[in-house]
Each structure stands twice: as C-alpha cells, then as structure tokens.
Write a protein that binds this ligand. Structure first.
Ligand code: AMP
Length: 428
C-alpha cells in the first residue's frame, strides 16, 4: 500500500515524500482513511508505530485551510516533549498547507504561547495543565473544536490528569470527532473510551508488544552499589563484544538518581546530561539536542521525561533501575527499535529487583535472558581536596577494591585513601 492510496491530498503527499516515508505504517493505513471519513477512532498503538502521522495527516486535510482565530482541532498529550514533537511533525507535514499550528505546555513562559494563540490557530497541541490555565485566563476559546485527539490516554490517566481531562472535554462542543490513542487498555481506559467515543473504528496495530519483540533484551545481575561501575564498563566495552557505546539512553527511577548518575558518568569521562521534570524546558531541549548531535554519549532520563523523545535509530537503552510498573518497561525499551529498526535494551538488575523483572516478563509474555556479568573495574571517586594527610602515591595501584560508601569505614575515607582517580579490578 502507498500513501497515495489513502485518500490524502497532493500537498500532504508531497510533504510525506520529502520526509522520506515510502510506505504507510499499519496504524497509518487504518487510521488515515477512518479519520478522513469523519469516524471516531480508538487505536491501540504505542509511540514508534507512526501513530502521530496517523492522526496529524488526516486532520490537516480535514481542516482544509486557515479559518478564524480559534482552534478547530485539539490534540491533548500528557507531556511537553510529546506535545513539542507532535507540533514539529504537524509543521513538517503541513508545510504546503495554510494551517496554523500552535503548541502550549507548562514549564515555559506563557507569553509567547498567548501571542501565538492571539495570532490565530487551527490546530492546537497542548498538555492539560497549561491548556486549562490559558482557558481560565480567557486566552483560549475551545468552542469551535471539531476534532479532538486524546494521545497516550493511558499515560494521561497514570499521571493523574483525569479531572483535567474531564474539564477540558466539558469545554468542547458536543458534536465533534474524537480520536483516542493508548498503548495499553485498562478498565479505566475502556470506561473513558465508552464515555466519549461514538461508534469508534477500533484499530489495533499488532500486539502492543510488537516493539518489544524487535528489541533485543538482555540483563545483567549486579549488586545495586556496583551498577555504576558495570555501566561504565559497558560504555567502554559494550554488552557482548560490540565495542564501545556511542549513544545510550539510560533510565533511572528518580530525578535525584538521574543527577547523581550523570555526575558519576562524567567522573568516569563519559559525557552525559540528565533530562527530567525538574529541568527547565531550555535545559531539556539542550540536552536532547546535544544527545542527538553526538556531543554527549549518555542521556539519563526518568520515565516521565522520556515520553515523546523521538531519537532516530537509538541503538541502546539501559534500565539502570527497573521501573515499578511493567508497562513503563515496554515504553522505555520502545525508545529504541523505532519504526521498524532494531535495537537493544540492557537492564541492570540488583537482587531486590528480581520480582520486578518477573512482573515485566509476565506482562510481556517473554523472558529477558541474563548475560554473564563481565569483569569490570571499580572506579575510585575523584580525590577529595587535600586534607592533612599527603596523597597516597600512584604506585599503590594494587590496593583492595574500595568498599561501597555507607558500608563500614567512615564516610569519605575512600576518597581520601584512594588518591588520584583510577580503576581497581573487581571480582564481578
Ligand atoms: P510515532 O509513533 O508517531 O512517534 O513515530 C515514530 C517514528 O516513525 C518517527 O520518527 C516518525 O518520523 C517515523 N515514521 C512515521 N511514519 C513513518 C513511515 N510511514 N515510514 C517511516 N517512518 C515513519
């Protein structure tokens, strides 16, 4: 099947061709004709399937051309990264059409967004919080919205947006087209779908774990306090003889953990940056740009921040800590092997995470094989500023493996004793 078989107009076909897409993905094949026909759609599809073009292309066609000042199509997404990504795609796909796309999300000044909206908007992409803020201030009129897209509905509910969502929906006209995308189907999602979709075309692109099947998944057993040392080893040598890693998205469970790991990787000479909810939008954009351009090797992210990250041909994803929710694992590893390519996900599993891995394997109906943990070096932390004792001379290289902090000895004794930064062999 070709894009030209889907009923799309020449302006859109031209933009798609220039973007380099040859054939529509399965979700695009099913969603585009349904949306063009004005049907409601319920689609089970996760990021990486091409779902964005699946709704953006037909919406651009249905909007025809710029008209009036207030939005006629609204796409609601859970995260700012995803919102920015969709808006970027809409601008690319709509480059030969006169459609005004605006994007609004929190964490940045609202002034430019207000100015943008005042200038006129046909397609609005938004996160719920900022949308409601601007609506409450009278800067946003949703009374002309004819097409409503709820993207990543499952994530929206997980993030506690249900009340915001209901408020937004009350602001929309009753007669409208509704599209809902969700990677997973819980009872809550089914309830939501039943409540607002009218006779939807149900689209399920392969099983939800299709991406997972294209990702080579491996795990290493490693004590928690040794994870960072093993990770440095993997950066230097690869996980199974493939050589040094060049572009790796590393997931931690907490923002604090992400910051700490960045410091530790930097200390080992691996250029890194963190991306999480406490970072300003500017810092996130910069980190992502540096990562995409290869200026940094490791992007350390929390689960929520990773949503919507679209990095072409990302070869490696590392679960530095396993997520508490199995679905998050599926989303995380979906960052690699996007749109048909393959990739690898490496999980560092400490003994206390064995139960989490079992839950993940049960959810995916797939086991994650353990590779033998390689011998790796334990990197001594950078020397502390000189204290009363002189530094230990570098020929003390055969010193025993430093004990992890917090386990005996007095805090800080390691760094003072270990002298210049160096790596000691460990038995792991
Ligand atoms: P999405 O699931 O919408 O986040 O898209 C995932 C990735 O697939 C993005 O990088 C898109 O640019 C890319 N993509 C979308 N549609 C196609 C297509 N028909 N052919 C090749 N790549 C595509």
């Amino acid at each position: 099947m070709k894009f030209s078989d889907l009923g799309l107009e020449p302006e859109l076909l031209r933009a798609v061709a220039e973007k380099g897409y040859d054939v529509p993905t399965p979700i695009q094949q099913q969603a585009i004709p349904a949306v063009l026909a004005g049907r409601d759609v319920l689609a089970g599809a996760q990021t990486g399937t091409g779902k964005t073009a699946g709704f953006v292309l037909p919406l651009l066609q249905r909007l025809v051309a710029a008209d009036g000042r207030t939005p006629r199509a609204l796409v609601l997404t859970p995260t700012r990264e995803l919102a920015a990504q969709i808006a970027e795609n809409a601008r690319v796909y709509g480059r030969y059409k006169r459609i005004r796309t605006q994007v609004i999300f929190g964490g940045v000044s609202e002034k430019p967004q207000i100015t943008g909206l005042r200038g006129g908007c046909d397609l609005l992409i938004a996160t719920p919080g900022r949308l409601l803020d601007l609506a409450d201030q009278g800067e946003l009129d949703l009374s002309r919205v004819q097409h409503f897209v709820l993207d990543e509905a499952d994530r929206m509910l997980d993030m506690g947006f249900i009340h915001d969502l209901k408020r937004v929906m009350r602001m929309l006209p009753a007669a409208r087209q509704n599209l809902m995308f969700s990677a997973t189907y819980s009872d809550d999602i089914r309830d939501l779908a039943a409540r607002f979709l009218r006779d939807p075309v149900a689209i399920e692109v392969a099983a939800r774990n299709t991406t997972a099947e294209r990702v080579e998944q491996v795990a290493f057993r490693v004590p928690k306090e040794m994870k960072r040392h093993l990770l440095v080893h993997l950066f230097d040598h690869g996980a199974s003889g493939e050589g040094a890693w060049h572009q790796v998205l590393v997931f931690t469970r907490t923002k604090h953990g992400a910051n700490r790991l960045v410091q530790q990787l930097e200390g080992a000479g691996i250029r890194s940056a963190a991306i999480h909810g406490n970072k300003s939008q500017g810092a996130r954009v910069r980190a992502l740009a540096d990562f995409k351009s290869g200026d940094i090797t490791a992007l350390v992210a929390t689960e929520v921040a990773s949503r919507g990250l679209d990095i072409k041909e990302l070869p490696q994803v590392v679960n530095y800590e396993l997520p508490n929710v199995p679905e998050d694992y599926v989303h995380r590893i979906g960052r690699t092997a996007r749109a048909g390519s393959t990739g690898r996900a490496v999980s560092l599993v400490s003994p206390d995470e064995a139960g989490l891995l079992r839950d993940i394997e049960r959810t995916m109906r797939q086991s994650v094989p353990f590779l033998p943990t390689p011998k790796f070096e334990v990197v001594a932390p950078k020397p502390a500023p000189p204290v009363t004792r002189p530094n230990v001379s570098p020929d003390n290289r055969g010193a025993p493996t430093p004990r992890p902090a917090g386990r005996g000895g007095h805090p800080g004794s390691r760094s003072r004793r270990s002298g210049p930064s160096r790596r000691n062999r460990s038995a792991f």
